[in-house]
Design a protein around this ligand. Structure first.
Ligand code: PEP
Length: 248
């Protein structure tokens, strides 16, 4: 049985005042039947951990592949763990684009995160050009093979399918397209890691998930939750998405 996961990615948004969102979500979803994760900017991690109690897990949005050293502005996985994170998002398309991160970079970061005891949310997804050229599954296949290290378990690995063209645009793939990719990811994971890891790894959909489309997305096969950007910034939007996941 895979425990569902509602994950919020706050990106470069949020200051102390926004911890009210965390408090509201905690109140509304205490004892939720699903896992809830918020990945705030690193500056808020430890305060979010304090505010979130045992209702919401905290995660980083990236980490460095090295444990320490002369890497100004970067954060090591152990530092995220020290600040209270239990997860880290890796290979988000904004990092792949803004920082030219390759699959190999993501894999090295994931190894460091796992060594620091973090769970990894590894993002994969195609551009609009790749989808229109019917290359989606090839792209996803390459990203999965290149970005996920060998030493993962169903407990420590989460895969997020995030079509780049759906992030922050209000557009989403059809439900059939989401199902096709999620079934494909499940098959690839089973092929590489065996049925145990393959079937227990959670696969999230990400890209313009909103209260109005969450329930239909959560009904798609092999969708075990969502990675939510914009709609995770307000309790009034994130809370009904969590509720839809609980009801799915
Ligand atoms: C994201 O950035 O991971 C994301 C899914 O963003 P949004 O929900 O805003 O499309």
């Amino acid at each position: 049985m895979r425990r569902k996961l509602a994950a919020g990615n706050w990106k470069m948004n949020g200051t102390a005042a926004d911890l009210a969102v965390v408090e509201d979500i905690c109140k509304a979803h205490k004892g939720a039947g699903v896992d809830i994760l918020i990945c705030p900017p690193a500056t808020l991690l430890s305060r979010l951990t304090d505010a979130a109690g045992d209702v919401i897990a905290a995660g980083g949005q990236d980490c460095h592949a090295k444990d320490s050293g002369a890497h100004t502005g970067d954060i090591a996985a152990g530092m995220l763990a020290d600040a209270g994170a239990t997860y880290v998002i890796l290979g988000h398309s904004e990092r792949r684009e803004d920082h030219e991160e390759t699959d190999q970079d993501v894999r090295e970061k994931a190894k460091a995160a796992l060594a620091a005891g973090l769970k990894v949310v590894i993002c994969v997804g195609e551009s609009l050009e790749e989808r229109e050229a019917a290359n989606t599954l090839d792209i996803i296949s390459g990203q999965l093979a290149g970005s996920i290290p060998d030493a993962v378990t169903g407990e420590t690995l989460v895969v997020a399918y995030e079509p780049i063209w759906a992030i922050g645009t209000g557009k989403i793939p059809t439900l059939d397209q989401i199902g096709e990719v999620h079934d494909f990811i499940r098959a690839r994971l089973e092929e590489r890691f065996g049925a145990g890891v393959g079937r227990s790894t959670r696969i999230l959909y990400g890209g313009s998930v909103k209260p109005g489309n969450a329930a239909e997305i959560f009904a798609v096969s092999n969708v075990d939750g969502a990675l939510v950007g914009g709609a995770s910034l307000k309790a009034a939007d994130f809370s009904p998405i969590i509720s839809a996941l609980e009801d799915s």
